[in-house]
Design a binder for this molecule. Structure first.
Ligand code: FAD
Ligand code: PYC
Length: 413
């Protein structure tokens, strides 16, 4: 029971801080409408108001805040990418994450654990070396480590030669971290709300009025509103929204499943990823093993879980961590991953003049929440595309100027 409730429980009033205000009417018009109340939309709203003084802003969320992929991901934060564009972008996010609990006055349970990407073949070792060199060149801590070092970093991992895919080495990224994903959404929501942003849950965008290549109105299940600028931040629904705005995105939407075990005593400190075995795992601060594997084998708009996924995942988990064989699965779920051809996001301008996109977040967007929010807000406020966003423009697909991040995706596809 909260201390405050014990103290004030029998009093007539309870002076608590309400993080998110009660629902209220939609206004006729806003300077900025953000579609999607996940971490990205909420972070964009927060920085628009807090950093750029733009507070006539509404976030429209068709369900509840943080109930999309933000509340379904496995909360891995890292910047050990393959391309210079990717490393710079995600490194800025890691730096913002480190300060986020203080910035938002909201504990996001940021926990720096180190991140091991295992190599089971010579060619995997070569690509780990490549990533380590790109990372170091840009000031990001990453190095190649070998079984003796891995044993010290993660004593519960099966390093025996007597398995199908023995571990030859790994990319070790000391800044790799996890955080409480819901708290990231709640913290940004509370911060945005304190700065005057309106947060509208159960408010679904159904269509848009377009005239002279600009969106002039948004039709929602609660009525029509006018807006100056729109930011689309709907993760697994990006193609549907861009279609309403009149353009197409190069995206395939594929379910990604994950699960957690019953809580165990702390035993696994680093985050462990194996591309060859299609598995990744971390232990949460509550003790649960948080685990995932590959995306499902076909595109689908559905968040159902499958036995097929669990069977494959457990075979691989037990190869790496045989001691888990009597551990019970607690929950299993899925989210929807908007996959782009180059495994990198699409951010910035769109073919519609007042419509900005934050899309293509596939299996990798939780770690980008702070940098994406900050830089999308900067774009809306200044009209200038920030340098870190430039490589991720939609136009790269027609210019054949892709940002190939498949080798650093962590999740099998
Ligand atoms: P969301 O949180 O999905 O928010 C979008 C919101 O838009 C939703 O709440 C939705 O309801 C709303 N919306 C949609 N359509 C409409 C409409 N018409 N009107 C109004 N609202 C609408 N990334 C990592 O970096 N690390 C990880 O470890 C990681 N693990 C993952 C594990 C799983 C199982 C999954 C599924 C994803 C994982 N990801 C990970 C990816 C990450 O979850 C997403 O990229 C990220 O959460 C996207 O955030 P968002 O705010 O853009 O989207
Ligand atoms: O981007 O690191 C990642 C990740 C791990 C699991 C899903 N995404």
């Amino acid at each position: 029971m909260p201390f405050g409730l014990i103290k004030h429980g029998l009093a007539k009033t309870y002076p608590f801080r309400r993080d998110i205000p009660a629902p209220h009417e939609l206004k006729d018009s806003y300077d900025v409408v953000i579609i999607g109340g996940g971490g990205h939309g909420l972070a964009t709203a927060y920085y628009l108001a807090q950093k750029f003084g733009i507070d006539n802003v509404a976030v429209l969320e068709k369900g509840y805040l943080g109930g999309g992929n933000t509340g379904r991901n496995t909360a891995i934060i890292r910047s050990n990418y393959l391309t210079t564009e990717g490393v710079r972008f995600y490194d800025e996010s890691v730096r913002l994450y480190r300060e986020l609990s203080n910035e938002l006055d909201f504990n996001i349970l940021y926990s720096e654990r180190g991140h091991l990407t295992l190599a089971h073949t010579d060619s995997a070792l070569r690509s780990m070396r490549w990533r380590a060199e790109v990372n170091k060149h840009l000031g990001v801590e990453s190095e190649l480590v070998f079984p003796d070092d891995i044993a010290k970093l993660c004593s519960c991992l099966n390093l025996s030669d007597d398995v199908r895919y023995p571990i030859l080495g790994a990319l070790y990224h000391a800044p790799g971290a996890i955080a409480r994903h819901d708290a990231v959404a709640w913290g940004y929501a509370a911060g945005a709300s304190r700065h005057g942003v309106e947060l509208h849950q159960e408010t679904e965008v159904l269509s848009m009025d377009i005239s002279d290549n600009a969106v002039t109105g948004i039709v929602t299940n609660r009525g029509r509103i006018k807006c100056g600028y729109i930011v689309q931040a709907v993760a697994g629904f990006s193609s549907l929204l861009s279609k309403m705005a009149g353009f197409q995105l190069p995206i395939r939407t594929i379910p990604l499943q994950a699960c957690v075990s019953q809580p165990l005593k702390p035993i696994l400190d680093p985050i462990v990823v194996s591309g060859s075995l299609h598995v990744y795992v971390s232990q949460s601060d509550r003790g649960e093993f948080v685990m995932g594997g590959s995306t499902d084998p076909y595109p689908l708009y559905s968040t159902r879980s499958s036995l097929e996924f669990m069977e494959g995942l457990m075979a691989h988990i037990l190869e790496l961590f045989p001691f888990l064989s009597e551990t019970k699965v607690l929950r299993q779920w899925a989210g929807m991953a908007d996959m782009t051809p180059d495994f990198a996001p699409i951010m910035g301008l769109s073919p519609v003049s007042n419509y900005y996109i934050d899309a293509g977040w596939g299996t990798w967007g939780f770690k980008a929440t702070p940098v994406c929010g900050l830089r999308m807000a900067e774009l809306v406020a200044t009209g200038i595309v920030p340098d870190v966003l430039r490589p991720f423009a939609l136009g790269r697909f027609s210019a054949f100027d892709l940002v190939g991040e498949k080798g650093a995706a962590s999740v099998g596809h």
